[in-house]
Design a protein around this ligand. Structure first.
Ligand code: PRP
Ligand code: MG
Length: 212
């Protein structure tokens, strides 16, 4: 029987909750430590542990059939990829923040300002609506440090508890979008794996209902 390939975040906030969801669906995965690939023993499923930012491209190419991924990553890199189910965990916002002591009246204050972010497309799309043009500085991690070291006037990043902003003396001034983990589907999924997806989704829906 053909196995459906699912991408799960290799490490980070989504990893644990994603594996918990599969477990709650009654799927046993033998997780050899440090393995990038694992196979379920009681469901036609193969898990690939991948980096968040790479997952949209793997879905697009059909290298994986489905993925558990933050909606924010799809909005940034995969607006062409379909969502089968919202999963109700890893809720966060994607926001703009500035140094706590700076005044802020409206988004126009950010015109021409240097914004450090890993979400350039999201920022540009949001600012376009207001006719404001920021100067984007692409950074892949520890974005919140940028204003403190004089690299940027503002940042755009994920906010969950808010503790990273707090620790770096930043305040949230614009919430650009809200996000949660979703089940995303490759446009190239085969009809056989679509059947596996239907079975998996049926179980996921039951688990999500029970969690409410
Ligand atoms: C993420 C994100 C924020 C932080 C938000 O970073 O980039 O910095 O979490 O969470 P909080 O509001 O609960 O503090 P992460 O620690 O995952 O590492 P990274 O930025 O290096 O990817
Ligand atoms: Mg961070």
């Amino acid at each position: 029987m053909k196995k459906i390939k699912i991408a799960v975040q290799k490490s980070g906030r989504l990893n644990e909750d994603s594996l918990k969801l599969l477990k709650d669906c009654g799927i046993s995965i033998d997780n050899g430590k440090d393995q990038l690939k694992a196979i379920a023993s009681n469901f036609p499923l193969e898990v690939l542990y991948l980096r968040n930012g790479d997952i949209p491209q793997y879905l697009r190419d059909g290298v994986v059939d489905i993925a558990i991924i933050g909606e924010n990553v799809l909005i940034e890199k995969g607006t062409d990829i379909g969502i089968a189910e919202k999963l109700g965990f890893s809720k966060c916002r994607v926001s703009i923040a500035i140094p706590k002591e700076n005044t802020y009246n409206s988004i126009e204050d950010l015109d021409g300002m240097r914004i450090a972010t890993s979400y350039p497309n999201t920022v540009l799309n949001y600012f376009k609506k207001y006719n404001v043009t920021p100067d984007i500085h692409l950074i892949n991690g520890s974005v919140e440090i940028a204003p403190n070291i004089g690299l940027a006037d503002a940042i755009c990043d994920i906010v969950s508890s808010g503790s990273t902003l707090f620790k770096n003396n930043l305040k949230e001034v614009e919430v650009m979008l809200k996000s949660e983990a979703v089940l995303a589907v490759s446009p190239k999924i085969s009809s056989e794996n679509q059947k596996n997806l239907d079975k998996l989704q049926f179980r996921i829906q039951a688990v999500l209902r029970a969690r409410k």
